[in-house]
Design a protein around this ligand. Structure first.
Ligand SMILES: *[C@@H]1O[C@H](CO)[C@@H](O)[C@H](O)[C@H]1NC(C)=O
Ligand SMILES: *[C@@H]1O[C@H](CO)[C@@H](O)[C@H](O)[C@H]1NC(C)=O
Ligand SMILES: *[C@@H]1O[C@H](CO)[C@@H](O)[C@H](O)[C@H]1NC(C)=O
Ligand SMILES: *[C@@H]1O[C@H](CO)[C@@H](O)[C@H](O)[C@H]1NC(C)=O
Length: 479
């Protein structure tokens, strides 16, 4: 009897422990003490080979692809021709150098101050087969160029998916981070905004730096779809030279399939890709109640079908949870509007950029807080998403190294260095997440964890826990 009571007590303690762990979700956070030896955070000079112009008259350059529809049976292929508008078609097919089909794109050009853009082409290719490698050719004659891209997998397929997440810029740090994207061979890049930092230049150099960046990233963007979110460095609001239309450079060059998700604006939209529903939000467009972005998100969240796409991922530029001195609280207004929806709809993970450092949160929420009740501290919340800030691809502004001290409870891991993240979705319950520090050009895996699906994973865990607790209760009652 004595022994049985002891065993029971032990089990009871264990049960309380399981409960506690599942509520607190881990230990106190870590502030990494890693200090990066100073690498110059300067932009790569214009004549560097990283920006080389492809050979030949009017040769297509700045080639990039993105998803072209809601469910991933289409891509948008975009490129720039410097000398004249034509040719404007993409030839493509499923074997190398054999292109069965040819499609016309659209062509535009614009000015930014006195800078005159090249001819910007966008071509939507629809009806692609899942899990198939496609080859495509653009340009003509000696100047034509060929690329290949493995087209994406079917929605909710069983195979794993590999994704990269990050920000960039056009410094030498960006160059090595980009090298790391390519090394890993991920099939999609989720880009959290701040492409080229061209707004750090003036007058005609702004447009020029958009062009260099387009050529710089082509080694990845021509082969893997990038899912674009816009950051503050895309706004390019420059009244001193008469340029006041926000996002002008970005929107001419980088299109998104926003109409497919019934969005009214290319800056916010959703795509369903492999086993994930990806929602892209715009931190720099109106989002309060009754605005188009708010109304759209409300509808989009209802369309999420976790049977079809078990994972729900949100991208935005400004993080909602950030304990860095840089950009502290800038995400607070969006947090107060959208956080309760993210919890209600069991968003798995939210990726943001903006802060030039890395940070990962525990599952915390602050939905109880309002201006009159004084509950102003975020609390552990199993239903909350994990928030990850990867604003550290390698930009010209340098790192944000002043973190709040002490580290707030919601902050699990933070480090001020350059890097990027990868997400390997294994199946509907598990994904493996890594953040890789870019240590003077070397890729060093630094923070990693298993991301449990909020919809599928927690249901199962809860069921298991309930079962365990009931068994213990029964046994105690039996004594
Ligand atoms: C676009 O290109 C055409 C043809 O070269 C040119 O006439 C026009 O001025 C350009 N438009 C802008 C806005 O740069
Ligand atoms: C967008 O709206 C149209 C027209 O109402 C509808 O047919 C379509 O299914 C909607 N698309 C999505 C992704 O909901
Ligand atoms: C603010 O919090 C108080 C106390 O919890 C609650 O009574 C009140 O309804 C809340 N107000 C709003 C607008 O949510
Ligand atoms: C899902 O993947 C995880 C990690 O690889 C594995 O441990 C788990 O057994 C898998 N679950 C199913 C149902 O295959």
């Amino acid at each position: 009897m004595e022994r049985r009571v002891q065993t029971m007590l032990l089990k009871f303690v264990l049960a309380s422990f399981v409960l506690l762990v599942s509520i607190r979700d881990g230990s106190a956070g870590i502030t990494s003490s890693f200090i990066r030896s100073e690498w110059p955070a300067v932009d790569i000079p214009l004549d560097h080979e990283a920006f080389a112009v492809p050979k030949g008259y009017n040769a297509p350059q700045q080639v990039h692809i993105t998803q072209g529809d809601y469910d991933g049976k289409a891509v948008i292929i975009s490129w720039v021709t410097p000398d004249e508008p034509g040719p404007n078609h993409v030839q493509y097919g499923t074997s190398e150098s054999k292109f069965q089909t040819s499609l016309e794109g659209t062509v535009t050009n614009y000015t930014f101050y006195e800078y005159q853009s090249g001819y910007i082409h966008h071509c939507v290719i629809e009806g692609l087969e899942y899990q198939t490698k496609y080859y495509y050719r653009i340009g003509s004659g000696d100047s034509s160029r060929e690329f290949g891209s493995k087209h994406l997998p079917k929605l909710n397929r069983k195979l794993p998916t590999n994704w990269e997440i990050g920000e960039l810029g056009q410094t030498f740090n960006s160059l090595s981070t980009l090298g790391h994207y390519i090394q890993k061979g991920a099939e999609t890049v989720l880009f959290v905004g701040d492409l080229c930092y061209a707004d750090r230049y003036e007058y005609n150099d702004v447009g020029l730096r958009w062009d260099t960046w387009g050529r710089f990233v082509e080694r990845s963007t021509a082969y893997h779809p990038w899912i674009w979110a816009a950051g503050n460095h895309e706004i390019d609001y420059m009244p001193y030279m008469g340029e006041v239309v926000p996002f002008k450079n970005f929107l001419y060059r980088y299109t998104t399939p926003y109409l497919a998700s019934n969005s009214s604006n290319p800056l916010w939209y959703a795509v369903r890709r492999a086993s994930a529903h990806i929602i892209v939000l715009s931190s720099y467009s109106p989002f309060v109640k009754y605005t188009p972005q708010y109304m759209w998100l409300q509808e989009e969240l209802k369309r999420v079908d976790r049977e079809k796409t078990p994972w729900l991922i949100v991208l935005m530029h400004v993080p909602l949870y950030n304990s860095n001195g840089a950009h502290y609280m800038e995400g607070e207004s969006m947090r107060s509007v959208f956080e309760s929806w993210f919890i209600k709809y069991k968003v798995d993970v939210i990726f943001a950029g903006h802060v030039h450092a890395y940070e990962r949160s525990y599952r915390f929420s602050n939905i109880d807080y309002n201006i009159t009740n004084g509950n102003r501290y975020p609390l552990p919340d199993k239903s909350a998403p994990v928030y990850i800030t990867v604003g550290d691809g390698g930009n010209q502004e340098g790192l944000a190294s002043k973190f709040l001290d002490p580290q707030p409870e919601y902050s699990a891991f933070r480090e001020a260095s350059y890097g990027h993240s990868t997400l390997e979705i294994k199946n509907r319950t598990h994904a493996i997440y890594h953040w890789n520090r870019n240590d003077d050009g070397k890729k060093v895996p630094t923070d990693s964890f298993v991301l449990h699906n909020q919809y599928w994973g927690s249901n199962r865990r809860r069921r298991k826990l309930k079962h365990f607790l009931l068994t213990v209760m029964d046994e105690i009652a039996d004594m």
